[in-house]
Each structure stands twice: as C-alpha cells, then as structure tokens.
Design a protein around this ligand. Structure first.
Ligand code: GLC
Length: 724
C-alpha cells in the first residue's frame, strides 16, 4: 500500500539523469548533447565530472584526462576538443580554427573548474590512495593551465585574466558582450566565408545568437589564426578584450581548489598563494564599480566597465573574495525582482540576466533564461557566505526544474519550461550532484529535508488558553476567529508569491486579536457547526492559522520539520475537545482517514470526535490546507459565501503549477502530495482524471485524458522549507 517510501525522493529521476549521461558518453568523453554539441567542451566536462564523481569516479577521471590530453604546450586548455569521427556537424571545426600543429581543438579557452572537479572527486572518493594518485597526475597539468592564465592572459600582471572571445566566457551571446562587439568595426574587414551549423539542429532560431553576432565571432577567430595564435600579437590587435568578472571569479575558486590539492599532495603552494592574493585584491578593486554599486566586468579596449547586470556579477561570492560589508549587498541584489527573488514561490532559480532590463529575454540563450551550472555555482557561493537556507532553495530549484521540465540546456525564467538542447549533459550531471548531496546529508542527519515523522507519543501543545475564555458567547467565537483571520490575511498573506509574513504577524495587533478570539473557542458548541460551507471554511482557516501560530510560537526557523511531530502536537481546544493539525486534516476534513505513511485512521473507533468528521469529504481541501511549506497549498482566507469558487480557484492554480504533462515523453509529473492522498481521488487514475478537470482546455489535457492508463507518473519533490 506504499505507506513506507521504499524509494528515496526523486530516485526515478536520478536513474533518468544517469541515462542521459550514458547516452551522451562517446567512449572517452561525454558530449554536451546530441545534435548541437557532438564534441568535448571544456567547462562542460568539469560539470559533468562533478556529476560522475558521485557514482562513476573512474569515468569522471577519464572525462578529465580526455580534455587534458588536448592541453596545448603553453598550458591552455582548449574550449573544444574535436572528435574526428563527428566532424561535419558543427561550425567552426578544426579546418576553420587552423590551430598550430594541426591540433584538433579550438583556439580559445573557457572558465577553469577542473581543479574544483578534481577536488570534488577526491572529497567523494572511497579509495583515497587511488584518488591521491589521480590528484598527483593532474596537479602539474592544472598548474600549467593556471600558469597560462597568469602568464599569457594577464600581460600587465594585474591578477586579472582577459578573455578575447565571447565563447571563452561560456556565455556566448550574453548582453554583456553587446557593447564590445558593436564597437568592432567590421565594415572594411574581410570576413572569411562561413556557414553557421547551429540553426538546423532543432533549436528555435530566436533563442540563438544573431547573424551579426556570428560575423563578429568569426572575425575574431580569423584574427587569431592570422596571428598563428601568438598571444602577444593578439593582445595588440584584438578588438575584444574583457576582464570578465565571471571568468576571474571561477578562476579564483579554482585557485583555491588547487591550493587545497597542493596541501593534500604536500606540494609547495607559494605560486598559488600569490595568484590567490592578487586576484582577490584585483576583483575587489578593479572589478568593483562604485558607479553601479556592483561587481562588473572591465572592457580593456574601451578602458571602462561594461554595464550589464548579469548573474555573473554575483560570482565573486563563489570566488570567496567578497568582504563581509559587501556580501549582504550582493545578496540583496540577488534577492530582488531583477533576479526573481530567492523566496518568490513561483520563481525557479536565478535567471542569467536582470529581468527588469529592457533587453532581457526569458527564452534567448544567455540573455535571460535560467542555467543550472550558474545556479549550482551561486548556491555554493551563498552557502559559503552563510546563506545556507537560500543555497538550499537554489539547489532545490535545480532539482525541481529537471524533474518538471527535463534535462534541458536552459530554462525559461518565468515559467520554467525547458529550452535549447534536450538531454543536456551538465543539467543531468548537476542534478545528480545536488541530489546525491541531499541523500548524503539526509543519511547523516534527518533534518530539513526529512519527511515529517509519524507520531511518537508526542505531547500535545495547546495553543489557545481555555482558562482565559471567561467572557463572550460561545456562538460568536467562530465568527470572531473568522474576522481575525480575515484581518491577518489582508495584511500578511501574499497571494501572488504565496508567502506568509510570519514576522509581521507575530508583532501585529491583528495577531493579538486573533489569539483572544481562539481563546474563546472552548465555548463553541461544535454540534451547532453543521457540515455546510460555513463549517468547512471555518476548519480550513483554523488549520491554516494553527500552523502559522505554531511556527511563530515554537520559533520555527526554516521548516516545520524542525519540530518533531509538529502536526500531531499542535492543537486547539475547540468546544470540549482538542484538535491537533492532523485531527483537523485527516480526522475532520478527510472524513477520518490515515495520515500519510500511517496505517490507521486518525480517530479510533471509540473517539467521540468522529461525529464531527465530514461524511462526504471534499478533495479540494488538499489545495486549501497550507501546511507551512513551500510545496503545500498557498494560504488564503476562506469566506463561507465564496467558498465554492475559492476552492475551485485554488485547486486549479495548484494543478496548473503542480501537474505537468509531457506528451513527448509520455509522462506526467505530479506534486508529491498526490502520492500521499491518492486514495482520496480514487487511485492514480482518479488523481489524473481529477487533475484534468481543472486543467485548461489544451493539448496537455487532451493528451492526459486520452492516456490515463498508460502515461508514466512521476512525483515532484515536496519542499519542506517554510513559505515565508
Ligand atoms: C554553448 C554554451 C557553452 C557550452 C557549450 C556546450 O556554446 O554557451 O557554455 O559550454 O554550448 O554545451
């Protein structure tokens, strides 16, 4: 009957993610995706290795070895290593790059995360000796890579390296490059003939760079090959030279990893220490713009900052170079409407570009969508600065995006829909990494993500004070409670973001009035409350407020899961009975059913509260009872007069965001809540039929109804974080 979850949350998705990597494994490396990206890409391989590190460490090593086998003699790790058997599908290929000694690589580089990947592998390794041997093998190569940066790409010895092509940033058509690319004068330039190969691979043209951008990309490549990749000459002539804050922050983080590896191998780290000190200073001085009040990239050709509010400007957090005065500022910028706001209930992760900017696009590649690798790095940065909870939100969003919309290259930053390539390797790898991290954490301490455990002889904690209820008529108590809830809702519930301002409530006069009102509840004559709309609204409101009062009075910080048996212990005295949260939900409102993962109905046969149970439970209550978490129903105030309509609306709203039909994969992803309460809907098919009733008339609904018995059902992840 599935009372005890045999599977861990998301286990099916984990298997799928591993399949994506397996399908993209080319025998020596992992391609980013079929179609657009058949070769090995530099930073992709680092993210992919981080994923493999959790379950296939040997493959992670092969991935990294394959990339470094193509390292140039000067230490540069190329941005693409071409597979000779896959030529003809991509532009530009080796014939166009014309790299020295006929190398089968591109002639530019990418942000280095490979020391970080090696360290990640080492931290997760079971066989330490083996792992140390791999670190020893990689260390000189990693050092050579960083020496290349500080030698060739930092000619003025500033501690900042430059990139000389937008592709080197990893963010091909980011708005940041618009200004330096436009400043290039191609009017009189001889552009070699070329043909783009990215537009016939099934990705919408509007999500790709423009032809104008491509002309400039090609011009730069042509310039490099004309100079036979001589860096000093390129530095003199290249019209595109940027000290990118993202690139330098990632490099700095990799310096830190390298320093740690040196420590593990007992190697001298003097040179690395020097890089670390220089780059930290330089990011803070040269890449901090007082004018913009943020970190910004520096355009060496224009001799000025770029002006491009991207998520990369937060990357100094990942680098670990931000001082304690600035980190709250960066956090505030991140947690704003520009970047969606970490706490916004309906927003997935941090988009790559300021959503309020006039040239922001929610679907165009690097001009606005959400990218998982960027969020993975930002989560790390947030965590390092003590934003533990916020880091969890980003990581949870990574899981959510994949579970809902598949392993896509990037995601629409408004609706979350997957865009670009399908079965994209780093999305699968980072999903694996984040989920495996959760599993490890959960095994170590059943905490935040833990599922609220069943009752363990918990003592009831009564949150109203019957002895105080000396005055007033019992019959008025229900109305007084309703009126007090309405006041609180008006001032402190945010229906758009579906959040509750717990702190505001705690300090408000409305809350004082509410508490006085619930103190009157013991005088209520329960028998007089029928089972009509009035009673239904009353119980729903009471449940939702009991959760809120519980959160406030028990000082819940991040999740109700902090309090053992939260739902069993918190109770109000109503009439002459006590009702815990479970009593209200599973006893009264569900007509005496077993709570999730329990066998027996809430009220025992001799329990006199059974007479207050609804004889014909309304399944829409599941979408009205807000259990204090981000995945439960959003909290609202329910009025008897509008109850029908309100219940329909909240149900439809919940279903729109928590039931996702994917006809292509013949699957439907549902909120985990549906797995707990399947029986209330008449089994799995009943759930789907019920959901379809509330879905808009579109092809998803039609598909679902036509395939009720054969569609694959997967469950989304219940996020236990507080909906504050
Ligand atoms: C695109 C992306 C880049 C990525 C590559 C392969 O060029 O901009 O970041 O490495 O595709 O996935």
């Amino acid at each position: 009957m599935g009372f005890f979850l045999a599977q861990r949350p998301f286990e099916a998705h984990l298997a799928q993610a591993k399949r994506v990597l397996q399908d993209n494994w080319m025998g020596g490396y992992t391609r980013p995706a079929q179609g657009l990206y058949p070769h090995q890409w530099n930073w992709d391989s680092a993210f992919i290795a981080m994923g493999y590190a959790n379950y296939l460490p040997r493959r992670a090593r092969r991935e990294l070895r394959h990339l470094f086998a193509a390292q140039w003699p000067d230490g540069m790790v190329p941005h693409i290593v071409f597979n000779p058997e896959q030529l003809g599908n991509y532009f530009p290929e080796p014939d166009f790059w014309q790299c020295p000694q006929g190398r089968h690589t591109s002639g530019i580089t990418m942000p280095p995360l490979h020391a970080e990947a090696c360290l990640h592998l080492h931290r997760l390794a079971h066989d330490l000796e083996d792992s140390r041997a791999f670190l020893a093998e990689m260390f000189p190569k990693l050092m050579a890579g960083h020496r290349y940066f500080y030698g060739a790409r930092d000619p003025e010895r500033e501690g900042l390296v430059y990139i000389r092509h937008p592709w080197e940033s990893g963010r091909d058509n980011a708005p940041a490059w618009d200004a330096p690319l436009s400043a290039m004068d191609l009017e009189r330039a001889q552009l070699p003939a070329y043909q783009r190969r990215d537009l016939d691979k099934g990705v919408d043209r509007h999500q790709r760079p423009t032809d104008r951008d491509y002309d400039r990309y090609v011009y730069l490549v042509d310039l490099f090959r004309r100079h036979a990749y001589d860096e000093a000459a390129i530095y003199q002539e290249c019209p595109f030279l940027v000290q990118d804050v993202g690139f330098n922050s990632i490099l700095q983080r990799d310096n830190r990893a390298l320093q740690e590896i040196a420590g593990i191998l007992r190697q001298d780290s003097g040179e690395i220490d020097e890089w670390l000190a220089q780059t930290s200073r330089a990011i803070n001085s040269k890449l901090w713009s007082e004018r913009f009040g943020r970190f910004e990239s520096y355009d060496l050709r224009a001799g000025d900052f770029l002006d491009s509010p991207t998520a990369m400007n937060f990357m100094p957090l990942y680098a670990g170079v931000v001082d304690s005065a600035k980190s709250p500022l960066l956090y505030a910028q991140m947690n704003s409407v520009s970047f969606c706001g970490l706490r916004q209930g309906n927003c997935f992760a941090i988009p790559n570009y300021d959503m309020t900017a006039s040239d922001y696009s929610e679907v165009n590649y690097w001009r606005g969508p959400v990218w998982l690798n960027i969020n993975w790095m930002l989560a790390q940065g947030l965590e390092d600065y003590g934003y533990y909870f916020e880091a969890q939100i980003l990581r949870k969003d990574i899981l959510e995006l994949v579970a809902r919309f598949g392993h896509r290259e990037y995601y629409d930053s408004h609706r979350g829909q997957g865009l670009g390539s399908k079965k994209f390797s780093w999305s699968a790898a980072l999903f694996i990494d984040v989920l495996s991290g959760y599993y490890r954490q959960k095994d170590a301490e059943p905490g935040l993500l833990g599922i609220v455990q069943g009752s363990k002889l918990g003592r009831t904690r009564l949150l109203n004070h019957p002895e105080a209820s000396r005055q007033g008529e019992g019959g008025e108590a229900a109305q007084a409670v309703q009126a007090a809830v309405a006041d609180i809702a008006g001032a402190f519930f945010d229906p758009l973001k579906s959040l509750v301002n717990y702190q505001g409530i705690a300090q408000s006069p409305q809350y004082q009035r509410y508490r006085q009102a619930v103190d009157q509840l013991p005088r209520l004559d329960l028998a007089a409350l029928d089972q009509g709309r009035g009673a239904l609204g009353f119980w729903i409101n009471l449940y939702n407020m009991l959760v809120i009062q519980g959160v406030i009075e028990l000082g819940v910080k991040d999740s109700v899961a902090e309090v053992p048996d939260f739902f069993d212990r918190l109770a109000y005295q109503v009439g002459s009975h006590r009702f815990s949260l479970h009593d209200i939900y599973h006893g009264v409102l569900r007509g005496n059913q077993a709570p999730p993962r329990r066998l027996l109905p809430q009220f025992w046969p001799w329990d006199s509260r059974r007479r207050f149970c609804f004889a014909r439970p309304d399944p829409r209550v599941h979408f009205a009872l807000s259990c204090g978490t981000r995945s439960c129903a959003k909290v609202e105030y329910y009025r008897a007069a509008d109850l029908e309509q309100q219940l329909d609306e909240v149900t439809a709203a919940f279903i729109i965001s928590e039931v996702l039909v994917d006809p292509e994969e013949n699957r439907v992803a549902l909120a985990e809540l549906f797995s707990w309460y399947q029986a209330d809907f008449g089994g799995q098919e009943g759930v789907l039929r019920f959901a379809a009733r509330f879905m808009p008339e579109d092809e998803h609904k039609r598909y679902l109804l036509a395939n009720l018995d054969r569609v694959k059902v997967e469950y989304l992840f219940h996020d236990w974080h507080l909906n504050r």
